[in-house]
Write a protein that binds this ligand. Structure first.
Ligand SMILES: *[C@@H]1O[C@H](CO)[C@@H](O)[C@H](O)[C@H]1NC(C)=O
Ligand SMILES: *[C@@H]1O[C@H](CO)[C@@H](O)[C@H](O)[C@H]1NC(C)=O
Length: 889
């Protein structure tokens, strides 16, 4: 640290409360030893962009000039146009390095860092302000790091404004990427967006800090990956081809932990008070020796484990609520959620003292968490990782990812309580290496950087760091700590992530009116629609969705029944779907597709008129309603019909169409029980791409039906529909919801996973709809189950095309009909009879393979239940009663 830079630093702080700052400054050097770093990064590069000399920040870190040769080379590119520039009048909050200066340019510029191979943190620091004559509101740019897109059309000023000024005017974003062995360089390229024409890029500071190998990545030698919530059968591995963006890092129940207090990686830990529900979230803390025996000591600072939140010990109260954190994240990405635990309360020392359920995004992540069991004893930290998909919401750039803890019933635990010490949430790059989302919308009353936003004040001002330093230092320290609080780079993780991926933004471009074939599609006036729906009488609503409500209506003087879908006004996503839907549906005519009769776009309304499907959704006839149970043959016919409808979309329609949201509520039934596929709002026509080409898109669709491959890679093919259809087949067979969030057995949460397991164990008959027991011909069932399992293959390429699915089902129907005499299949007989419980998945042996024209044989494990001879037929009467209980939960 040079004397010159020291005095320079202090100079910049002249307009600030000099004394505490100066004390702090002196203190920083002496303070470091307290936070003994347990990890020393190989690389610890801090670049003050646009700066011509090295400068020391208030926290003691030295930032180097960005023109130091041989440490990094800044490629000025052909234009030589990137210029260093001081901020005109840095706000008090940003009066320190790296926010004093920027590198700024109207064209691309690249920083090239020679670094060792391995996993690194990259932190980009931005202070959106006036540099020379550059208007910060015109700064829109992308940032690429080797092959990863970290930011795209990024606006630091919109981002900062959306955070509220409480989190100060500057912001930083943290990413984790791996540098490949063969690269040994990290190229950070800043590219101004093409619009506005005078868009520029700027950067104030860059940090590159090595991280311990596999701190967040999945070790190559690890058997499994990370539990993927809702898809427990397909764990996710975070490998070197994935980049991460830190979205939240919270010290639960404790105070902020600044970069220099971290374990050597300079991570910032925020306090969680702005995210936790206020009821019953008791901060607890305790000073003790943290024993890092289960996780490496650099995993998180010891302070993280010395504070926590719990629910207190009021059993009756605790039973009625969840201890909940709501963490805003971008829609349309998969997230890594790391939960940190450490038991330190004196009462809790034994197994089952404190047992609780963990819900993430409203799904059961851990039915029975017991920190003592995980860690072996108290005072030992432990962390658990989960992956969770946050699907593309309608009209939502951001969604709240919830983490909720609920005590287990008293019968299993001594204290009805729960505990959490820390949380980290990372966004995972998609298959194309993209992490970027959209900019937040401009904040309504345009907040100038210095306008305080009262809504966000009152958080995290006071407490803490004092507790960290706790008694080690005296009042002077407290003063300095206060200064630290004021000046520290308030790195609100909130700022990370802005919403939908940029793919969605492009979609809105084609909002200008579709060409509607009026010969195929009738145009209704708004007056006609009002008459048809009795002025949108709420009693006529037959469906509701994110897009708007669906009414039952009568047109043509009451002679024709129709379903009228009225899109919510101003719903952009909905408007897009409206147009997609008109475009598509008006061209699509098939017995097994719901027909579009007409539309109305008068008076800013967006209304679709469909043929009316009098029997409603397939789901209603399977479970959760009072309808009589459908006979097996009818179910098969419905499956065949919808398979044909999908086959038409995939193969025969003018444009190949992927439905993207195949589910039992999108299969409708008319009065003759003809199944019709509906809701093409999520469809995407694709005329240009060859049969097996994937369409890049953000994940859309419904939970429980989503192709695991689709959201692992965000790669969408017709085979994603095939997967979803496999789930539909299971619902039809088992009369169970695709996701049972209340299932106590973890492997029963996902119907697909559960059925697959049963299938492999030869116990599929145990989960079949009891109403069907004895009604399904074994060979028919075998075919049906086989094709369902093939549809659910993890690998899209191994799933059969829809035409094979359709004709396998037809074949299954023939097998069923062949034995028709012996079996009653009409709808009247829905009674559950004990003696009928002889439904078997029988090994059929000889004709095995007849159906497999695709060359896909049964998966090796799946095959076992069928390749043996009749000896393992099971008589399942006893088992059925168990199923009844299961489904009753
Ligand atoms: C970074 O840029 C340099 C110079 O253009 C190039 O030689 C190198 O291959 C690039 N590295 C990567 C990983 O792209
Ligand atoms: C706790 O959260 C889960 C998941 O969101 C929910 O199913 C459950 O009903 C909640 N329990 C209480 C008591 O609020």
């Amino acid at each position: 640290m040079k004397n010159t830079s020291r005095s320079r630093t202090i100079l910049y702080f002249n307009n600030m409360i000099l004394t505490p700052l100066y004390l702090l400054f002196l203190l920083t050097t002496s303070l470091f030893p307290i936070f003994c770093n347990s990890y020393t990064p190989t690389e610890n590069i801090t670049v003050a962009c646009g700066s011509s000399d090295n400068t020391t920040a208030p926290d003691g870190r030295e930032w180097v000039a960005d023109i130091v040769p041989n440490y990094l080379s800044l490629l000025e590119q052909k234009h030589n146009s990137s210029i260093p520039s001081p901020a005109q009048r840095p706000s008090p909050q940003a009066s320190f390095v790296p926010y004093l200066k920027a590198r700024i340019s109207l064209s691309d510029f690249t920083y090239v860092f020679s670094v060792t191979a391995g996993q690194k943190f990259i932190r980009l620091h931005f202070y959106p302000y006036i540099y020379q004559n550059f208007d910060p509101s015109k700064a829109f740019f992308s940032v690429k790091a080797n092959k990863f897109i970290l930011l795209n059309n990024f606006s630091a000023s919109l981002t900062a404004a959306s955070l509220g000024s409480e989190s100060s005017d500057y912001l930083f974003k943290e990413f984790c990427i791996n540098i490949e062995d063969e690269d040994q360089t990290l190229n950070l390229t800043f590219t101004p967006s093409s619009t506005p024409s005078d868009a520029h890029a700027f950067i104030n500071g860059i940090e590159i800090v090595s991280m311990p190998t596999n701190l967040y990545y999945t070790p190559a030698e690890a058997q499994d990956g990370i539990t993927f919530i809702g898809y427990e059968q397909t764990p996710i591995r975070i490998e070197n081809n994935t980049a991460l963006e830190t979205v939240h890092r919270l010290n639960v129940g404790g105070s902020e932990i600044s970069p220099v207090e971290d374990t050597g990686m300079f991570r910032s830990w925020n306090d969680d008070s702005g995210y936790v529900s206020n009821i019953g979230a008791l901060p607890v803390n305790h000073s003790f020796e943290v024993l890092f025996t289960k996780v490496p000591n650099y995993t998180a600072p010891a302070q993280v484990y010395m504070t926590a939140r719990s629910m207190g010990n009021n059993k009756t109260v605790n039973k009625n609520y969840n201890l909940t954190w709501n963490l805003p994240v971008d829609s349309g990405f998969t997230y890594l959620v790391r939960l940190h635990f450490c038991e330190f309360q004196v009462e809790v020392t034994k197994q089952s003292d404190r047992e609780f359920t963990i819900f993430i995004a409203d799904k059961t992540a851990e039915p029975q968490a017991d920190v003592i069991v995980w860690a072996g004893r108290n005072h030992v930290p432990f962390c658990r990782d989960y992956a969770v998909m946050v699907s593309q919401g309608r009209d939502q750039k951001k969604q709240n990812l919830s983490i909720a803890l609920h005590p287990n019933p008293e019968s299993t635990t001594v204290y009805s309580d729960a505990i959490l010490n820390g949380v980290e949430v990372f966004k995972l790059s998609d298959y194309s290496g993209n992490l970027a989302g959209l900019n937040p919308d401009p904040v309504p009353p345009p907040a100038s950087p210095s306008t305080p936003q009262p809504a966000n004040t009152g958080k995290q001002k006071t407490t803490p760091v004092a507790a960290v330093v706790g008694g080690v230092l005296s009042g002077v320290v407290a003063l300095c700590v206060l200064a630290l609080l004021i000046f520290r780079q308030r790195r609100r993780d909130k700022e990370s992530g802005f919403g939908k991926s940029s793919y969605t933004a492009k979609k809105h471009d084609k909002m200008s009116g579709p060409l509607l074939p009026s010969d195929l599609c009738r145009r209704f006036s708004f007056a006609e629609i009002k008459t048809a729906t009795d002025n949108f009488n709420g009693d006529l609503i037959i469906g509701r969705g994110g897009f708007g409500d669906v009414y039952k209506g009568c047109t043509d003087d009451g002679t024709t029944q129709v379903a009228i879908k009225r899109l919510k006004q101003g719903s952009q996503q909905g408007a897009h779907e409206f147009e997609t839907e008109i475009e598509m549906l008006s061209q699509l005519r098939h017995l097994h597709l719901v027909s579009l009769i007409g539309y109305c776009n008068d008076e800013g309304e967006m209304i679709l008129v469909y043929e009316y499907m009098s029997r409603g959704t397939l789901r209603d006839h399977l479970y959760g309603s009072d309808y009589p149970s459908l006979p097996w043959k009818r179910r098969l016919e419905i499956c065949i019909g919808s398979a044909r409808g999908l086959k038409y979309l995939h193969d025969d329609a003018k444009h190949r169409i992927i439905h993207r949201d195949v589910k039992t509520t999108n299969i409708l039934l008319d009065d003759k029980w003809v199944a019709k596929v509906s809701d093409f709002g999520l469809s995407k026509a694709n005329s240009n791409l060859a049969a097996n080409t994937a369409i890049s898109t953000v994940v859309k669709g419904s939970f429980g039906y989503l192709d695991p491959e689709y959201f692992r890679r965000q790669r969408l093919t017709e085979k994603s529909d095939v997967y979803s259809f496999g789930v539909v087949l299971l619902e039809v067979l088992c009369a169970k919801s695709p996701v049972n969030r209340t299932a106590l057995e973890r492997d029963q949460v996902s119907l697909a996973a559960w059925a697959r397991k049963c299938y492999q164990n030869g116990t599929l008959d145990q989960i079949i709809d009891p109403h069907l027991s004895g009604k399904i011909e074994p060979e028919c069932l075998k075919r049906f189950a086989e094709i369902a399992m093939k549809c659910l293959d993890d690998e899209g390429t191994k799933r059969p095309p829809m035409n094979e699915v359709a004709w396998t089902l037809e074949f299954a129907l023939e097998l069923q009909e062949g034995k028709k005499e012996g079996i009653k299949t009409d709808g009247a007989d829905v009674e559950f009879k004990e003696r009928d419980l002889n439904c078997q998945i029988g090994p059929v042996g000889s004709d095995d393979g007849q159906v497999s024209t695709s060359g896909v044989t049964m998966t090796s494990d799946g095959g076992t239940s069928f390749t043996t001879d009749g000896s393992d037929k099971m008589s399942s009467g006893a088992v059925f009663s168990e199923i009844m209980n299961t489904s009753g939960r």
